[in-house]
Design a protein around this ligand. Structure first.
Ligand code: SAM
Length: 228
């Protein structure tokens, strides 16, 4: 049997400091809002206890955008995916503070969650805001936006569903345009080769503020899943 090739991941697990409040939230609230590896595709209606439009955010960081959108749209269910524990703790505290019942969290590599946990055509939108840019050439293979990743996203989105990406790293924005624009599964909503105007409903994120402070230009990209 061929040895399984080690997958290149788009993250490194950073230790980070978890505050006492975040640790308490992880202990008390994870059992309510966290999803343990299911071993088979999730039944999202059972998970959320209802049938509703579904949005997934990959790499939500401290969960600011996710919590803001979930607060504004209580009629929509939000699945957040993140591997950074303090960020998950931060989001759990926001969920508690504003009494949100429409968020569930996966603490796992998003590639695995999208490929193995999500049923086909189960999402209305997928948000990827300010993914790690991995600027060095030798690290480009770690960038999450790759043709194989977009194939997974295409499978998980409903026909007509939207992939919304944003980044403050110019060369990564160009690569996103190239990869998503080259996929037969997607249509660039802004037109071929074009960036989208920033949708006013997209909340500002921590990494976006950091990028702006550094003088980086922020780009939004909207791609629609075409019918098969
Ligand atoms: C640069 S930060 C951006 C965070 C947030 N979206 C923002 O704009 O503030 C990227 C985040 O993606 C997470 N991440 C990267 N690859 C991931 C993966 N494969 N699965 C889950 N999370 C991932 C990292 O842990 C990190 O918190």
């Amino acid at each position: 049997m061929q040895p399984r090739r080690r997958q290149v991941r788009s993250f490194v697990r950073r230790a980070g400091r978890t505050t006492a409040a975040q640790s308490r939230a992880l202990h008390d609230l994870w059992p309510v809002y966290g999803i343990e590896p299911p071993g088979r595709p999730l039944d999202l209606d059972v998970l959320f206890g209802r049938s509703a439009p579904r949005v997934c955010e990959v790499g939500f960081g401290n969960g600011e955008a996710l919590a803001t959108l979930a607060h504004a749209r209580r009629d929509v269910d939000f699945l957040g995916i993140e591997v950074h524990e303090p960020g998950i703790g931060h989001l759990l505290l926001a969920i508690e503070k504003t009494d949100l019942s429409n968020i569930r969290i996966a603490r796992q590599d998003a590639v695995e969650v999208i490929a193995e946990w999500l049923p086909a055509a189960s999402l209305d939108r997928l948000h990827l805001y300010f993914p790690d840019p991995w600027p060095k050439k030798r690290h480009h293979k770690r960038r999450i936006v790759q043709p194989a990743f977009l194939d997974l996203v295409a499978r998980a989105l409903k026909p007509g569903g939207i992939l919304h990406m944003a980044t403050d790293w110019g060369p990564y924005a160009e690569r996103m345009l190239e990869v998503a624009g080259g996929s037969a599964a997607f249509r660039n909503v802004a037109g071929p080769g074009a960036y989208a105007p920033r949708p006013p409903e997209r909340p500002e994120t921590r990494f976006e503020r950091r990028g702006r402070r550094l003088g980086h230009e922020v780009r939004d990209l909207l791609f629609q899943r075409l019918p098969c």
